[in-house]
Design a binder for this molecule. Structure first.
Ligand SMILES: Nc1nc2c(ncn2[C@@H]2O[C@H](COP(=O)(O)OP(=O)(O)O)[C@@H](O)[C@H]2O)c(=O)[nH]1
Ligand SMILES: [Mg+2]
Ligand SMILES: [Zn+2]
Length: 290
């Protein structure tokens, strides 16, 4: 049979079979010998059994994230607040880059739209990216149907700053989940992040949620500065027009990206954050062999 690994405890894995049944399976010696460790999100072949079955093989992973340690993530829902806390768009852009690197489809959600809101100004900065952007209020339960449709059938993880409403959105989407909201650093919460592994929660409509919000940015740190522009869908149409190969689109002459910028075909604030990332990457590169 084939199925999806929901969680692993020791060498026991909970597998959701494609027919909807759940099975506990053991990873036997072969996995240890080959240094293969199944993780939540893995598609596996397994042999069901009583009291437990066993895993036969792990199908090829589309991506693998380190934090949370999961495979085959399809969607990251990047939550921003339209009011407080002020949206950290630098973080948002980094999450978007991480999605591009890992072949994950991001969905930008502007929550708290029931309050006095900057939603339109935020949306403006992302209008040339092609990313899906939704307006929600977890309190008034607006925009949730659209969000649910965008998530449907996919493995999804929420990401974003503290207090933007990730837990509230999850609670509104899934009655009965009852995540604690508004409490930032509950002691057990912190313990959870360090000691517990991620677990997937399958919903009735085929959507699968990662139980802990958070999403790794590690890969962003490791690229060459001239690669960065490839992860900006809004810049992509202009990249072939620059005169110099390896153009960073900052000071080089005859740069199509900067031409597009001066024609307002690219958002200036998002471009300024791009320049900031380039600085960070170059700084890091300088110290790489220190
Ligand atoms: N006005 C308003 N407040 C919200 C909304 N969603 C969440 N909040 C509040 O924002 C605070 C943080 O929410 P929480 O879900 O814990 O955020 P998280 O840290 O991202 O999980 C709580 O006090 C929530 O009640 C919303 O749509 N509108
Ligand atoms: Mg929360
Ligand atoms: Zn250029």
């Amino acid at each position: 049979m084939t199925g999806l690994v929901l969680k692993g405890v020791g060498s026991f894995y909970t597998v959701l079979a494609d027919d909807g049944t759940r099975h506990v399976c053991k990873a036997r010696g072969k996995f240890r010998q080959e240094r293969l460790s199944p993780i939540p999100g893995d598609r596996v072949e397994f042999m069901p059994g009583d009291p437990e079955g066993y895993l036969l093989s792990i199908l090829k992973r589309r991506n693998q994230l380190i934090r949370p340690n999961i495979a085959n993530l399809d969607r990251v829902i990047i939550v921003l607040s339209a009011s407080v806390p002020q949206p950290d768009l630098l973080l948002c852009d980094k999450l978007l880059i991480a999605c591009e690197i890992n072949d994950i489809t991001p969905i930008i959600v502007i929550n708290k739209c029931d309050e006095q809101s900057d939603a339109a100004a935020i949306a403006e900065q992302y209008k040339d990216t092609g990313y899906k952007l939704l307006y929600t209020s977890a309190h008034e339960k607006t925009g949730l149907d659209e969000l649910f449709v965008a998530m449907k059938g996919h493995i999804c993880c929420f990401a974003g700053q503290s207090a933007v409403g990730k837990s509230s959105l999850l609670n509104a989407l899934i009655p009965g989940l009852m995540l604690e909201t508004g409490g930032l650093s509950r002691k057990t919460d912190r313990g959870r992040h360090t000691t517990r592994h991620a677990e997937l929660i399958p919903l009735e409509d085929g959507t699968v949620l990662v139980d802990t919000p958070g999403f790794s940015l590690v890969n962003v740190a490791e690229m060459e500065p001239e690669e960065l522009c490839n992860f900006y869908p809004d810049m992509r149409p202009y990249l072939t027009g620059c005169k110099f190969p390896g153009c960073l689109h900052i000071t080089e002459p005859e740069c199509s990206v900067r031409d597009a910028l001066s024609l307002k075909k690219l958002d200036k604030q998002r471009y300024q954050r791009y320049v900031q990332f380039i600085d960070e990457l170059e700084e890091r590169k300088k110290h790489r062999y220190d």
